[in-house]
Design a protein. Sequence first.
Length: 79
Amino acid sequence: MAEVKLAPGDTLVLYTDGASEAARADGEQFGESRVIDTMRAHCRLSPAALLEAIVDAVREFSPGEQQDDITLVVARCTA
């Protein structure tokens, strides 16, 4: 358990392993680094658009049937 203070404008992204462990046919996983890279590349988007960009990136990487659910929560601190 941890406590983190968020400042106005900070974005919190929570995701399940269904995003990071999405795999191609050759077994390569999307991985945490790609999740983070995608978040950084799209960090200026609205929370809804950021969530969509992450899901789109995962599905583009692993276009087949998902073996696990992809669950994301994206929230931006306003005050």
